[in-house]
Each structure stands twice: as C-alpha cells, then as structure tokens.
Design a protein around this ligand. Structure first.
Ligand code: PMP
Length: 296
C-alpha cells in the first residue's frame, strides 16, 4: 500500500495558539486523552475556500467537550478565523478540516481535574470518502451496537465513541464491504461508522431518530433540502426487519457527503431519483449555488 503518513507531510498546523510546521505538531506519549479517550473533534469540509457550516461545527466541538466535562479554550469565532488561516497557509480552498481538543499531560490517573486543554486545527486534501461513491456502496451489518445515552454521552463527537466504529469498519472492509450499519442498543437501525442513514419507500424518506447517535450536520441539512423539494421526511425508529421494504438508500456525512447505497445488510437497493436529486442539491448548496435551506 502506498500512502503518505499523516505525520510526514509538508504544511502548517495550528496548535494551541500558534502555527507550527506540520512535522513539528507533536504531543507527548503521556497525554491523558490518548489513554482515556476523551478527545473531541470535528470533521468539516471547505468548498471553494468556504468552510461549510463552520460555526455549527465549532459549536458542536464546544458542546462535545462540555458533554465529556471540559471547555474548549478557543471561541467559536476564533476557530472560524483559524480554520480559514490554516487553509490559506496550506494553499487549500477545497479540503477537509479537522478541529479538535483534548486533555494534556499534567495528570495520568483517571482523574484529569488539573489537565490543560489543548486545541488544534489541521487541514488536508481529502477526495471522496468512498472509492465507489458514484456506483453506490455495499454495507454490511456490524456486530457492535450504538450504546445507550445512559452509558456514554452519545451526542458528543468524542474519540471514545469511535472505538467500535473502527472495529466495525475493519471487519466490514476485511469482508469486501465499504462500511457497516450499526444497530442501537435496542436493536433499531442507527447509523454507519461515520455517517447517518436514509431509506426511501413510496416517495417518502425515512431516517432514524438520533436519540443515541450523532445528529449529523449533513443529516440536518439534507432533511431541510428534502423538505424544500416537497419530499416527505419521516423521522422515527426503524427496525432491521423493515429494511427489505425500502427501495432506495443513501447515507450522509461531512466526509461521505450524500453517498448512494446499493446493498445494506444483505438487501439490494437501487439508487434512484430522490438520492440523485439530493446529491445534486447538496453539491449545489455547499458550493454556494443554492440558498441556505434555513432561509427558504
Ligand atoms: N455519525 C458518525 C458516527 C459520524 O462520525 C459522522 C461524521 N461526523 C456522522 C454521523 C455525520 O455527521 P456530520 O454530517 O455532522 O458530518
């Protein structure tokens, strides 16, 4: 496999208040969040020099940190400026943006009351999240379930919640699938390992209630776009037994954007007009060729 490791690239990264050369943006091995999983992060995309829903992502970063028990020491407004400056310093207008925060190295027990909070913003070029995006992806069913909100703050985009996502994704890839659908702790359809899911039947779009997984910013955007088109959107609990009753399926996420699904949990789907329409509307919106759905 040939790829350039993320720690061996050229460019600039913003770390705790200053711009540092890419290869020097390092942390110590005895970093609390590396051991205990409470880093929080955002995945964003910039299109034509504009970070799509930048403030929403920064607000979610702040909320995620509050949910796991700390405050991000950089304001939403500052983060907005920093993202644009990191992009400019790296000469990128169309890129992925990763803003994140974590507990530092002052304490190494479970308690981290005195640990400093570190913040970083990095950007890089990232094309389609799925190699087969336009063909439609094949998705298997994960063995892992999204946990109850009484077990972990499931609305946070926090590192610990991704451990089972990576395990699910690895198993799916080993079996030749692009990704895995995760059910939730009650057995309802939840989400993929890094994206939300939508299912279509008789012209209506159904998507699970996000009560124990991330209510994606792309998910919310696509719901608005669909309603603006006059499509019915039904937000409800969906059981896996219902999966064969749908004809179309697509997933949404910042990295995945709107990606058609041609197979999920053993059921074949045929990407159709609604998926195509919403893919095109999302593309037009992020590139500023369509007004904001909220303004419609
Ligand atoms: N669920 C998970 C587990 C994710 O990692 C993501 C990507 N952030 C999403 C859903 C979609 O969220 P968004 O549309 O805000 O990127």
């Amino acid at each position: 496999m040939s790829f350039v490791p993320y720690d061996d690239r050229d460019g600039w990264i913003w770390l705790d208040g200053s711009f540092v050369p890419w290869r020097e943006a390092k942390i110590h091995v005895l970093t609390h969040s590396l051991h205990y999983g409470a880093s929080v992060f955002e995945g964003e995309r910039a299109y034509d020099g504009v970070v799509f829903k930048s403030a929403e992502h920064s607000r979610r970063l702040h909320r995620s940190a509050e949910l796991v028990g700390y405050s991000v020491p950089v304001s939403v407004e500052e983060l907005g400026r920093i993202k644009l400056e990191v992009m400019a310093r790296n000469g990128l207008a169309d890129c992925y943006v990763r803003a994140f925060a974590w507990r530092g190295s002052e304490m190494m027990g479970v308690s981290a009351q005195q640990a400093s909070i570190r913040t970083c913003v990095a950007v890089w070029h990232w094309g389609n999240y799925f190699a087969d995006k336009m063909k439609g992806i094949r998705v298997t069913l994960s063995d892992w379930k999204r946990p109850s909100p009484e077990t972990i703050p499931s609305a946070a985009k926090a590192a610990g919640l991704y451990m089972i996502c990576t395990m699910s994704k690895h198993k799916a890839e080993a079996q030749g699938y692009a990704d895995a659908l995760m059910l939730d702790y009650r057995g309802y359809v939840a989400e993929l390992t890094g994206a939300n899911v939508f299912l279509i039947r008789d012209g209506a779009i159904h998507t699970p209630t996000p009560d124990c997984f991330l209510d994606g910013i792309t998910r919310q955007t696509v719901i608005e776009l669909a309603r603006r088109r006059g499509y019915e959107v039904v937000i409800r609990h969906i059981t896996p037994e219902e999966l064969p009753t749908f004809s179309e399926c697509f997933i949404t996420g910042t990295a995945a954007e709107v990606t058609p699904v041609c197979e999920m949990a053993g059921i074949a789907y045929r990407p159709g007009l609604i998926t195509e329409t919403l893919m095109n509307d999302y593309d037009a919106l992020v590139r500023g060729r369509l007004g904001s759905p909220a303004a419609a």
